[in-house]
Ligand binder design. Structure first.
Ligand SMILES: NC(=O)c1ccc[n+]([C@@H]2O[C@H](COP(=O)([O-])OP(=O)(O)OC[C@H]3O[C@@H](n4cnc5c(N)ncnc54)[C@H](OP(=O)(O)O)[C@@H]3O)[C@@H](O)[C@H]2O)c1
Length: 253
């Protein structure tokens, strides 16, 4: 297997936005992974994924609500059947939400809601898929998505050191704080999983035109997605436990 090519990748939140873009991007790559497992809350309503499934035999669509423990466990079981003894090479924790909330308007419920989806759920999904990632990590090669990796979709607005650069994002208290905590999950996972050979990073996809990014975002999916995929393909041991952007630049925590 070529380095940088993973056999099996699973992505959360794939019915629209960056998740759907990543699915399209992986399917278009040459070689494409043997298995692209696209998950979303409502597969029956995910028309674009269903359409893609008709064209790509290596695409599977599974139900996965990252907030629901039963849904996560069922998706793990279904994935185990698909990947077999070779395990899962790459888990991309992409699903996420935003709430516009300033210091004046933010509520405890806003904080909890965003933290549940953008932070707690990412840890729980990673934890449940670990046995499948460990199986894939068994092969004795350098680190990378050809072996085993967890990619947490973060945001540059989560950077503590670049806080002042993104002052205007003070509009999104719950989001920034939850993504900063997600970055700490990446650091903790990186420390815990280095002995397993499972590479862990946080990824900033750039400010991209999606439902979340909005129409003012400077980047199109067609710019961000190839960038992210190139960065993923070139991940090596030196990248373990880092915060990278879609161009491969290292961001400060
Ligand atoms: N766009 C940007 O500029 C930008 C910048 C930095 C970081 N990011 C991050 O990149 C990721 C994707 O963002 P996006 O722009 O593609 O957002 P988006 O267009 O709003 O899409 C979000 C995706 O997450 C899914 N999702 C939300 N809650 C879920 C849950 N409980 N279970 C499963 N899926 C769930 C949504 O599914 P439903 O359709 O079912 O709601 C949707 O597929 C997010 O983590 C976001 O924070 C985006």
């Amino acid at each position: 297997m070529a380095l940088g090519t993973c056999r099996a990748v699973l992505i959360t939140g794939c019915n629209r936005g960056i998740g759907l873009g990543l699915v399209r991007g992986f399917l278009a790559r040459s070689p494409s992974p043997d298995l692209v497992i696209a998950t979303c809350r409502h597969p029956d309503q995910a028309q674009e994924l269903q359409h893609l499934k008709e064209q790509h035999r290596n695409l599977r669509v599974l139900q996965l609500d990252v907030l629901c423990e039963n849904s996560i466990k069922k998706a793990v079981q279904e994935t185990e059947t698909l990947v077999g003894e070779q395990g899962l090479n790459c888990l991309i924790n992409n699903a996420g939400i935003n709430r516009i909330a300033t210091l004046d308007s933010v509520t405890a419920q806003d904080m909890r809601t965003v933290y549940e989806t953008n932070t707690v759920a990412q840890l729980m999904v990673s934890k449940e898929f670990l046995p499948l990632l460990r199986k894939a990590a068994c092969q004795d090669t350098i680190m990378g998505i050809h072996r085993a990796a967890i990619i947490n979709m973060s945001s540059c607005t989560a950077s503590m050191q670049q806080f002042r650069q993104f002052r205007k994002s003070e509009l999104v208290y719950p989001y920034r704080i939850a993504k900063t905590a997600l970055n700490m999950i990446t650091c903790c996972l990186a420390a815990d999983l280095i002995s397993d050979g499972i590479l862990c990073i946080s990824m900033n996809p750039g400010w991209v035109k999606t439902d979340m990014g909005g129409s003012k975002a400077p980047l199109q999916l067609k710019e961000s997605i190839p960038g992210i995929l190139n960065v993923l393909a070139n991940l090596r041991d030196k990248d373990h436990g880092t915060f990278l952007d879609w161009r491969g630049e290292v961001l400060p925590w």
